[in-house]
Design a protein around this ligand. Structure first.
Ligand SMILES: *[C@@H]1O[C@H](CO)[C@@H](O)[C@H](O)[C@H]1NC(C)=O
Ligand SMILES: *[C@@H]1O[C@H](CO)[C@@H](O)[C@H](O)[C@H]1NC(C)=O
Length: 352
C-alpha cells in the first residue's frame, strides 16, 4: 500500500486541479471530483498490480513491488509494458464498474442504444457497462503521468492504450429472455465487462507476443529529440494499437541486482507435480531454479489449520487445531557454486 502510494504520489500532484485538469461536460470538476476519482483510480491501480502478481507468480520476473514504482518503470522492457497496460486497464475497469453500480453521481449505464434492434431476434436493453467513461478517466489520470516527450513516454502511452483496448476486447454480450414464461419471444442484450482475470489472461498473452520497437537507429543517433520522436512515431504506426511494445531487452531476471530493483529467483517457490497442474506450472522449477543455475530444495512446512469443526445449536462452531505437513519446493544456491557458469548461458530474462 505504501509502495503504491509512492507510485501514485506524483500522479496526485500532476493532477492538481490547477494543472492539466481537462474538464469535459461529462466530468465533475474541482477538488471533490478529484478526490472521488482518485480513490477509484487508486483501487483500480491496486487491482491491476495484484493481477500482475497473479499472472507472473511462476515467471522469473514476478511483478515485484519495485517494478511498479517509478524506479522500476524507468526502462521500457517487455515487463514494464505489461505493468503499464494492466494498470491502465485496472483503472478503466474500476471506474466502469463504479459507474454501473451507481457509485458516481454523474455517470451510469450506457443506455444509448436501448430499444434499438441489435441483431436477429434481439434488442438492446438493460445496463451496458459504460466503458467510455472509465476510458476517459483512465486517460486523464494514468496517461497524465507520462510527462516526458521521449521515446519511452511514447511507448508507455501506447501500452496504456493497449491495456484499455483489452478491457473493450474482452467485453461480452449478455442476453435475457422475456415473454410468456421466458419464452424468449423478446430478447434483450447488453454489453458487460469480463472478469478482470480474463483481461489479465488476455494481456499476459499480449506480453508473450510483445514486439520490440524497431526504430531507425541511424536517424535516432543523428537526430535531435524532435527527430527521435518522429522516428518513434513512424515505428509506432506500423504496430496495431492492441499490441504491447518495448524498447529494451529484459535484464537477466535470474540474478539479483539491487541497483535495478531485481531480486533474482533464489528463494522463490516453484511447483513440481500435483494433480491438475498445467505444463507451465510443472516446468516452474526448471524455469526458476535449474535454468538459473540454482538447485531445488524440498522443504516440509507444518501448517496448522482448523479441522473437525462441529456446529452447536445455536450458534457456535467449535473446531480442533490440526497440524499437517505441506511439501514446498524452493530455489536455493547449489553447494560450491557461485552460479556464474550459468550466467553466460542463460542470458536474457524471457524464455519459457
Ligand atoms: C469504486 O469501486 C471500488 C471497488 O470496486 C470502491 O473501492 C470505490 O470506493 C468505488 N468508488 C466510489 C466513488 O464509490
Ligand atoms: C546490475 O545491472 C546493471 C545494469 O544492467 C549492470 O551494469 C550491473 O553490472 C548489474 N550488477 C550485477 C551485480 O549484476
Amino acid at each position: 500500500m505504501v509502495r503504491l502510494l509512492v507510485w501514485l504520489l506524483p500522479l496526485w500532484f500532476s493532477l492538481c486541479p490547477t494543472r492539466a485538469w481537462v474538464a469535459s461536460n461529462l466530468l465533475m470538476t474541482g477538488p471533490r471530483a478529484f478526490l472521488t476519482y482518485a480513490r477509484s483510480v487508486q483501487v483500480g491501480t491496486k487491482n491491476g498490480i495484484e493481477e500482475c502478481k497473479y499472472q507472473f507468480a511462476l515467471d522469473r520476473w514476478n511483478c515485484p513491488d519495485s517494478a511498479t514504482q517509478l524506479k522500476g518503470l524507468r526502462r521500457a522492457t517487455r515487463e514494464t509494458s505489461f505493468v503499464h497496460a494492466i494498470s491502465a486497464a485496472g483503472v478503466m475497469y474500476t471506474l466502469t464498474r463504479n459507474c454501473s453500480l451507481g457509485d458516481l453521481d454523474n455517470c451510469g449505464c450506457d443506455v444509448s442504444k436501448n430499444g434499438k434492434i441489435g441483431g436477429r431476434g434481439w434488442l438492446w436493453g438493460g445496463c451496458s457497462d459504460n466503458v467510455e467513461f472509465g476510458e476517459t478517466i483512465s486517460k486523464q489520470y494514468v496517461d497524465a503521468q507520462e510527462t516526458g516527450h521521449d521515446s519511452r513516454a511514447a511507448v508507455n502511452l501506447h501500452n496504456n492504450e493497449a491495456g484499455r483496448l483489452a478491457v473493450k476486447a474482452t467485453m461480452k454480450r449478455v442476453c435475457r429472455c422475456h415473454g410468456m414464461s421466458e419464452s424468449c419471444s423478446v430478447k434483450t442484450c447488453w454489453m458487460q465487462l469480463s472478469d478482470f482475470r480474463d483481461i489479465g489472461n488476455y494481456l499476459k498473452n499480449k506480453h508473450n507476443q510483445a514486439q520490440k520497437l524497431d526504430t531507425d537507429k541511424k536517424r535516432m543517433r543523428a537526430g535531435n529529440s524532435a527527430d527521435n520522436r518522429g522516428a518513434i512515431m513512424d515505428a509506432l504506426r506500423s504496430i496495431a494499437p492492441t499490441e504491447l511494445i518495448y524498447l529494451e531487452d529484459s535484464p537477466d531476471y535470474c540474478r539479483r541486482n539491487s541497483s535495478m530493483g531485481l531480486y533474482g529467483t533464489e528463494g522463490r517457490e516453484c511447483l513440481t507435480h500435483g494433480e491438475g497442474l498445467t505444463q507451465w506450472e510443472t516446468r516452474s522449477c526448471r524455469r526458476l531454479c535449474h535454468e538459473c543455475g540454482l538447485g531445488v530444495q524440498e522443504r516440509r512446512v507444518e501448517v496448522v489449520s482448523s479441522c473437525n469443526c462441529k456446529f452447536h445449536w445455536c450458534c457456535q462452531v467449535n473446531c480442533d487445531r490440526c497440524a499437517h505437513v505441506v511439501v514446498k519446493h524452493v530455489c536455493v544456491k547449489r553447494e560450491g557454486s557461485d552460479g556464474n557458469g550459468f550466467r553466460r548461458r542463460h542470458r536474457g530474462g524471457h524464455k519459457s
